[in-house]
Write a protein that binds this ligand. Structure first.
Ligand code: SF4
Length: 323
């Protein structure tokens, strides 16, 4: 069996706009090993959402894929037609979205929604209902048989997200994509959802691709982390290596800006100076050079190559070879 559930190779996604082609993702390589949790982190506009949309084929109509491939469970997803792709979504690959209230249908009971998503399953209605009750109880919904009759607005935000997780895992997928699933929740609920995902991942033995801009959540949940900047993967490794010995200046800055590491009382949170470059006209050299404190001559003219600077720790920075 393939050791990676999901592999992206040299994947680029552009959007046609009136001002030209916006190069939202460029030459992205990413692996999700079987049974692992991989976190993708980066600031807004780094390409996280485009990455997910490309994997589940929900890209906007103006998107084009100039190069690359997406291999999932040994299948090239880009070669599948819409029907074949529909069979994969919600079956072997599931997704949890950021806002549970907009993911759930407000005018359909939870029980009916959980039945509806089992439409491919040929078992009886009562068997499907029993499965829904079991799944709701696994995600910690008390009195699940009674609550199946209720509507989304009768649940708190945390409970709604638990229901979304139950629905996503009901078909026992080999890959769960979690798109900032805790962003709409308060800190206490966030911890509970992370704990729940950890428990379910190990009991159901699925892999998770977890998208977040929250470093603490990534550190708590993931085995591996992929750092993205302006549409490129700029660093990748185990959570331990990337968080304790970051190689790329952007990752280092990102970690310094994490409110959890600030020890002295301050009214001003640290930020990374400068802005993400215009992705319609990609500048020559390193994509981070205008914001990098360590930039030197070569960074203006040469694009850094993707290299394994330490064992299983990859980075694209000219300085990495000397680290
Ligand atoms: Fe900074 Fe140069 Fe490394 Fe880019 S290649 S991150 S500009 S040092």
């Amino acid at each position: 069996m393939n050791e990676n559930v999901l592999s992206l190779r040299d994947l680029s996604i552009h959007y046609r706009t009136r001002r030209g082609e916006l190069q939202a993702l460029r030459h992205v390589n990413l692996d999700v090993p079987r049974g692992a949790i991989v976190g993708v982190v980066g600031e807004s506009g780094c390409g996280k959402s485009t990455l997910i949309s490309a994997i589940i084929r929900l890209l906007a109509e103006n998107a084009i894929i100039p190069n690359g491939n997406i291999e999932f469970e040994g299948q090239d997803l880009l070669s599948l037609n819409d029907d074949q792709m529909r069979k994969i979504r919600g079956d072997t690959m599931s997704i949890i979205f950021q806002d549970p209230m907009s993911a759930l249908n407000p005018v359909v009971s939870i029980g009916q929604q959980m039945l509806d998503i089992q439409y491919r399953d040929k078992s009886s209605r009562s068997e499907k209902q029993a499965r829904s009750i079991d799944m709701l109880s696994r995600v910690g919904i008390p009195d699940p048989a009674r609550r199946l009759k209720q509507y989304p607005h009768e649940f708190s935000g945390g409970m709604q997200q638990r229901i979304c997780i139950a629905m996503a895992l009901q078909a026992n997928p080999s890959l769960l994509i979690a798109d900032e699933p805790t962003t709409a929740l308060d800190a206490t609920l966030e911890v509970q959802i992370i704990q729940l995902l950890k428990e379910l991942q190990s009991s159901l033995d699925c892999s998770i691709l977890f998208i977040s801009h929250h470093l603490g959540v990534i550190a708590e949940l993931c085995d591996f982390v992929v750092v993205m900047y302006a549409g490129e993967v700029i660093e990748e490794g185990t959570v331990r290596d990337v968080f304790h010995r970051p190689l790329h200046p952007y990752t280092q800055k990102l970690l310094q800006c994490d409110p959890a590491v600030i020890r002295e009382k301050t009214r001003q949170l640290p930020t990374i100076d400068g802005e993400v470059p215009n992705l319609i006209e990609i500048p020559q050299g390193c994509i981070f050079r205008d914001r990098c404190e360590h930039a030197f001559e070569k960074c203006n003219t040469h694009t850094p190559i993707w290299q394994e600077a330490r064992e299983a720790h990859f980075v694209s920075c000219h300085l990495a070879s000397s680290s």
